[in-house]
Write a protein that binds this ligand. Sequence first.
Ligand code: 6PG
Length: 251
Amino acid sequence: MGVLGKVIVFDDKAGLVSFVTRKWQGICAESLDKRGCMTAALSGGNTPVDIYRAFALCDFPWGNIQIFQVDERFVPKDGKDSNYRMIRETLLDVVLMPEKNIHVVDTSWSSPDEAAKAYEKELAGFFRLQRGRFPRFDIIMLGLGEDGHTASLFPGSSLFDDTDHLAQAVMLDSKRHDRITLTLPVINHARHIIFFVQGAHKAFALKKIVEEKDTTLPAARINPVDGELLFVADREAARLLTENTYTRGEP
Ligand code: 6PG
């Protein structure tokens, strides 16, 4: 049975971070060569912190890179749980990213729904989209939750079949916060989708997704229309995978 996407497993975090950084560099060169800029959507959470810190140490053409968010918690932008705050502290402030290149979810709106509408307008404006069209990001960076969620698409979500929006509000609980997320078709229209998965606690979800393609798990619904899907995992996250479903990454 084929796997969903390509899975590369690294013995340690350093190898994983180094690979993703090289991958970003390659996609950046390709995007600038073909389109003069690279559009990237970044996820939040903990896993990408070291990846973004590594990006910040590289001499990428930041003036030609446009940064968007995959999702955001509906919290103040300086709040401890803000994805924007994490991305700004680990990357944007370090590389002095031009403010005009930063397109984030504005959580100062009165509700998640208003914030989602404003973000959708930002997306449609930047990508000059006609109604019914989707942006085609050069790269979208995704994390994976233990429950198989990705972005802020959670199991049981009613958003799975939403093809009418670019961004949507997700009403959750106070612990996870209400969210704003890119919708599934926006993610699936990207040229390169990279999941980064670390830790034994993600192993069960990763197996269900890449080997069993269990679409009750949102991450199993990530399937690019015309692009690359790559899972980059550490050994602990890959411990339940069948040997022949992944390749070992070079350090
Ligand atoms: C968020 C993220 C979310 C994240 C996963 C994994 O806002 O939390 O966008 O989708 O990628 O929950 O989070 P960790 O990397 O912290 O395990």
